[in-house]
Design a protein around this ligand. Structure first.
Ligand SMILES: NC(=O)c1ccc[n+]([C@@H]2O[C@H](COP(=O)([O-])OP(=O)(O)OC[C@H]3O[C@@H](n4cnc5c(N)ncnc54)[C@H](OP(=O)(O)O)[C@@H]3O)[C@@H](O)[C@H]2O)c1
Length: 245
C-alpha cells in the first residue's frame, strides 16, 4: 500500500513531553502518539503519568518520573533519555496574587518551575547531545505573557521569560538545525485553571472575551504543538504561535 502523504506526521520521531501527567501535556503526549511519535512522558505524579501511558497509541513509549525543579532529577531524566527529535517544554504552575501581596517563596516556586526548569532542562539535554539534528523545541508560554490581568504578575512574568527563551534557543541552536518556538495558549480548562483558581461563574464570564465564546480544549493546544514538532514547520523557528480565539 502507498504511504499516505502527511508532512504533519510524527512517524519516526521521538518526543519528550514534560508535564505529561495532566492537562495539556497529557493531551500532547496522546495526540503525538496518534500521529506516530514515540513518546517520552515525564511528570511527578506516578499514578497520573501511568494513566497517560495507558492512553498512548502504539508501542515503545517510555515514562520517567522527575521533579524538574530538582537538579539531580533533571540530570537523571536526561541520562535516562533516548535520543529525541522533539522537546515539548510544558510543565508549569500558576499562583495568583496582586504584586503588593506577592510572597518571595511563591515567586521562587513559580519561576523555578516555569522558567528555571525550562532553561536547565534545555541546557542539560543539549549538552548531553540528546536532541537530533533537525529537532524541534516547543515551549508552552501563555497569552498571559502578552495580556496581563490583575493578580497574575508572577505567572505572566514567568511565561514572558519562557517566550523570550524560546527565541534565544532558536538563535543558539540553529547551527545544529534545531528549531525552537513558543505557544501562547489562551484559557484551556485543565486542573491548572479549574482547580481552585477560578469559580464556575468566573470561567463563564471569561469565555465571553473569546471570539468563539468558549475556552480551548487541551487537544487544540496539542495540535499546534504537533505542527511545530513536525516537518510541516521545517522553516519556522523563533516565533510564537497564539492558540487562542
Ligand atoms: N490551562 C491553561 O489555560 C493554560 C494556558 C496557557 C498556558 N498554559 C500552560 O500550559 C502548561 C500545562 O498546563 P495545564 O493547564 O495542562 O496544567 P496542569 O493540568 O496543572 O498540568 C501541569 C503539569 O506540569 C507538571 N509539573 C508541575 N510542576 C512540576 C515540576 N516541578 N516538575 C515536573 N513536572 C511538574 C505537572 O506534573 P504532576 O501533576 O505530575 O506534578 C503536570 O503534569 C503550563 O506550563 C501552563 O502554564 C496553560
Amino acid at each position: 500500500m502507498m504511504e499516505m502523504y502527511n508532512p504533519y506526521s510524527l512517524a519516526g520521531k521521538t518526543v519528550l513531553v514534560t508535564g505529561a501527567s495532566s492537562g495539556i501535556g497529557r493531551a500532547t503526549a496522546i495526540e503525538c502518539s496518534r500521529l506516530g511519535a514515540t513518546v517520552v512522558a515525564t511528570g511527578r505524579n506516578e499514578a497520573r503519568l501511568r494513566e497517560t501511558m495507558a492512553a498512548l497509541t502504539g508501542e515503545g513509549h517510555v515514562s520517567i518520573l522527575a521533579d524538574l525543579t530538582k537538579a539531580e532529577e533533571v540530570a537523571r531524566l536526561v541520562s535516562e533519555l533516548p535520543q529525541i527529535d522533539g522537546f515539548v517544554c510544558n510543565a508549569g504552575i500558576i499562583k495568583r496574587r496582586p504584586v503588593s501581596y506577592v510572597k518571595e517563596e511563591e515567586l521562587h516556586e513559580v519561576f523555578e518551575t516555569n522558567t528555571f526548569a525550562a532553561f536547565m532542562l534545555t541546557k542539560a539535554l543539549m549538552k548531553a547531545r540528546k536532541m537530533n539534528r533537525g529537532g524541534s523545541m516547543v515551549f508552552m508560554s501563555s497569552m498571559a505573557a502578552r495580556q496581563v490581568t490583575p493578580g497574575n504578575a508572577m505567572y505572566a512574568a514567568s511565561k514572558a521569560a519562557v517566550e523570550s527563551f524560546a527565541r534565544s534557543c532558536a538563535l543558539e541552536y540553529a547551527p545544529m538545525q534545531v528549531r525552537a518556538n513558543a505557544i501562547l495558549a489562551g484559557m484551556v480548562e485543565t486542573p491548572l485553571t479549574v482547580k481552585g483558581l477560578l469559580s464556575a461563574e468566573d470561567l463563564e464570564r471569561d469565555k465571553q472575551h473569546y471570539l468563539l465564546k468558549r475556552h480551548g480544549k487541551p487537544e487544540e493546544i496539542a495540535w499546534a504543538v504537533i505542527y511545530l514538532l513536525s516537518d510541516a514547520s521545517a522553516w519556522t523557528s523563533g516565533t510564537s504561535l497564539m492558540v487562542s480565539c
